[in-house]
Design a protein around this ligand. Sequence first.
Ligand code: HEM
Length: 398
Amino acid sequence: MTTSLPAPAPLPFGQSPERPFDPPAGLAELRAEHPLSRLTYNDGHIGWLVTNRELIRAVMADPRFSSRTELMHFPFPGVPTDSTPPAAPPGAFVDMDAPEHTRYRKLLVGQFTVRRMRQLTQRITEITADRLAAMRAHGPGVDLVEAFALPIPSLVICELLGVPYDERAHFQQHAATVVGESLDMAAWGDAFRALQEYLGVLVTAKRANPTDDMLSGLAESDLTDEELTNIGVVLLGAGIDTTANVLGLGAAALLRDPRQVAALLDDPDRAVEELLRYLTIAPTTVRAALTDVELGGQLIRAGDSVTLSLESGNRDSAHFTEADSLDVGRGGSGHLAFGHGIHQCLGQQLARVELRVAFPALFKEFPSLRLAVADREVPYRTGGLMRGVRALPVAWSD
Ligand code: HEM
């Protein structure tokens, strides 16, 4: 049985500058009244928008919903309406379904074990200490993104994969573009190809002279050069700007409220989960129905695109009390910031270790850390697929 729904509408998109930490206006009302609503995609396709936690989890756990981009329509303003997105190239497993996805994921899960990520803690601690020492040597008045939030995950993923950090001019900006800094699809394609070119050369070198890193380790499997290159693109793309945006945006949120900093220092693990929930820096993802599916009292037709608002699900009061407040002491257990189901973030243990080390180290080293500009001057990212801050000028008094 289906219930009647309001007319299709475009995706609520972009934050108001006054409320940079909150999901776009309109999502909370939809979640309360129509958690499964009709959505107008920007090519005219009428699909669906899911805004509550339970239904989002149901879709993400259901193999009848596909991650294949060539089956999808996109609801984001600015994405061209006249072209079908290309199918995933070999190795780009994020955009694949089982069983293709399963084969790659199994190979990679073996590389991203909790144990290996824990072993990295020492190295992440050293990298963080180096960045803090550089900030202190520079003196008050630094951009926390450039000095801290961006280099830590960059250095870590470079060491893990075996990519020379010194060559970051060849990949850092492209990596930001492929994870959705911009909605310009031509720029996205150019960045993806530039990363393929850069990593293709590196993969050939690793095959010839393996070193002690993940790309060399994967080169021992039966992956082709093309597959290995595209896996490298996915990992390098996903490994930098994500954690960097949680560090930057998270610091901006914590600096607003010293009580949160005290609670963070008390229990960094809980604090990190709550920051992940509250910030939901990857706010939206899309699936395509492979067959007719009944969901939440509605019939979703084969071919319909279904947009999942992770940021809305993470503010669902059915699961999180006072969901619109940041309260790092409570932990954000059960959040959707890393997604759910077979595509749940492969790098989540790595990201957790980075965040659990970096946040407390920052506030221990600089207890008097404060914004060096008025909050309204902070350049929040409000119009892309990824939330964060472009720069965060900070100062301290000791
Ligand atoms: C997938 C968020 C850090 C690698 C995902 C998904 C989300 C996400 C929401 C699921 C997308 C979907 O199902 O459509 C985040 C956040 C991060 C983070 C919030 C930082 C705090 C990382 C890092 C890596 C990484 C450090 C390291 C390489 C991946 C990969 C996938 C993924 C490879 C695709 C997994 C698959 O399709 O099986 N991430 N991510 N992520 N993430 Fe992350």
